[in-house]
Design a protein around this ligand. Structure first.
Ligand code: FAD
Length: 452
């Protein structure tokens, strides 16, 4: 057993952990990063990177399918999941190698193994070469989350999948029944439909994306229906039978949906089991580590960031929390993260992106706002590219004209939203957006049109 002393111990090397490690190391701190699987975390191995690699192929195939409307005669071809799996593996390995080189160049002490706390200032890491004991001044928990598998689901991996099983499939599923119509459910609906699968989407509420603006959900629902996706609205899956080379998904309203595969897209659970939270004096609520606005846990020298806290489950948020923790742990000035200004996106086609205060949330809060909506059908670039589905909504403060938020549903919405995100962060007025001369013809003109 070897003993190590460190200033900042980080358990979990996803976006939160790696960002904290590089920020703290750059400031000269002695940092130890413990990771049990792969540096880059679930974000790189199973979540953001592989799913967006698949979405890139899906988008390309959807575009080729629609190219006939642009006067091209074409054959959309087909997607070979084996080739896609190789591409995902190459991209993941590249990113992993880059991160390892960066951490190494900054003298971060990397330990491959599973970490757990044995006391308020001590942790142990089970490595292939035996146990290592780490004595730390400060620590950060960034162990992430894993897909939730409900108690009623049969064993996963063959016919019943989680997202983690989707990246090295032998063949495109003939008919996949996707359970859950949140962000993950709709992204994989887009991916699998584009790859040629028949898709049924089980929607427990009356609309897909249940907590979002109904106008946004309606655009995506219309697109899905046009593409032949079967929306099973108002049905909650409660059992799955596997047999006869397929699955039967039973819903609480008596409907049964037969398919070749089922995909569980019903949320995630925090990874805190066996982490020694009690030994460290760290409190959790339903597995999520409780934190204050500086990400400090109930043991104030131990921080937590990313999915394990159950705050906004986004890689971008996890990284920013990690960066802020590193600064706080080194007594450098830092401001708490403002969650109301985080830009986020859903990678369907059309994409959906939003930032700040939307009109639906404002109405729920009883706050008076001014919202203007401009459809992409009225935007020249969208029309000539044949990406007319969707709209831009910009919300402003009626008294000052300051931009409070925006929503974009449309092609490359995840890129376009950056303009509104900057306006929200910088407190710019709609007038500034209008006065900013955008390229013509471009989809960004729809943003200045909405601001006008
Ligand atoms: C399908 C899918 C797609 C997504 N796409 C996006 C997207 O496009 N954009 C976006 O912003 N977010 C996306 N997310 C969310 C994003 O993946 C997470 O918010 C992000 O990974 C959280 O980062 P993290 O650092 O908290 O944890 P993770 O990325 O989960 O990393 C945690 C790490 O801790 C390690 N670990 C766990 N326990 C231990 C232990 N005891 N000892 C040592 N190591 C340990 C794990 O092996 C893992 O590597 C997606 C999520 C899913 C499910």
């Amino acid at each position: 057993m070897t003993d190590t002393r460190t200033h900042l111990l980080i358990v979990g090397g996803g976006p939160a952990g790696t960002q904290a490690a590089t920020t703290a190391a750059m400031k000269g701190a002695r940092v130890t990063l413990v990771e049990k699987d792969i540096v880059g975390g679930a974000a790189h191995l199973w979540d953001c990177i592989p799913s967006k690699t698949m979405a890139a192929s899906a988008l390309r195939r959807t575009s080729v399918r629609n190219a006939v409307k642009l006067g091209l005669v074409n054959d959309p071809g087909h997607v070979d999941p084996r080739n896609l799996a190789v591409r995902i593996e190459e991209i993941t390995s590249d990113i992993n190698r880059n991160w390892l080189e960066l951490l190494d160049s900054q003298d971060v002490d990397m330990i491959l193994g599973k970490g757990s706390f044995t006391g308020p200032n001590e942790a142990v890491v089970a490595t292939e070469g035996g146990e290592r004991v780490i004595h730390f001044d400060k620590a950060m928990i960034s162990t992430g989350s894993a897909p939730r598998v409900p108690a009623w689901a049969p064993p996963v991996g063959d016919r019943v999948l989680t997202t983690r099983h989707c990246y090295d499939l032998e063949a495109v599923p003939e008919h996949i029944v996707i359970i859950g119509s949140g962000v993950t459910g709709v992204e994989f609906t887009h991916i699998f439909e584009s790859m040629g699968a028949s898709v049924s989407l089980v929607v427990s509420r009356q609309q897909i994306l249940p907590h979002r603006d109904p106008e946004v959900a309606a655009v995506l629902e219309e697109d899905f229906i046009e593409r032949g996706v079967r929306l099973v609205i108002g049905a909650r899956a409660e059992a799955i039978d596997v047999g006869n080379g397929g699955v039967a998904v039973h819903c609480d309203d008596g409907r049964t949906i037969d398919g070749s595969h089922a995909l569980l897209a019903v949320g995630s659970i925090p990874l805190t089991e066996g982490l020694g939270l009690d030994e460290a004096g760290v409190e959790a609520d339903d597995g999520h580590v409780k934190v204050d606005e500086y990400q400090r846990t109930s043991a104030s020298h131990i921080y937590a960031a990313g999915d394990v806290t159950g705050q906004m489950l986004l890689s971008s948020v996890a990284s920013m929390q990690g960066r802020k923790i590193a600064r706080h742990a080194l007594n450098l000035p830092v401001e708490p993260l403002d969650y109301s200004k985080v830009a986020e996106a859903i990678f369907t086609e059309p994409e959906i992106a939003s930032v700040g205060l939307g009109d639906v949330d404002a109405a729920a809060q009883g706050r008076k706002v001014r919202t203007i909506k401009v459809p992409f059908a009225a935007n020249a670039r969208s029309v000539l590219q044949h990406f007319t589905r969707g709209f831009v909504k910009v919300t402003t403060d009626p008294a000052t004209g300051v931009v409070l938020g925006g929503t974009i549903v449309g092609h490359r919405a995840s890129e376009l939203i950056g303009v509104i995100a900057l306006a929200v962060k910088a407190g710019l007025t709609a007038h500034t957006l209008v006065e900013t001369l955008m390229v013509h013809p471009s989809m960004t003109e729809a943003i200045s049109d909405a601001a006008e």
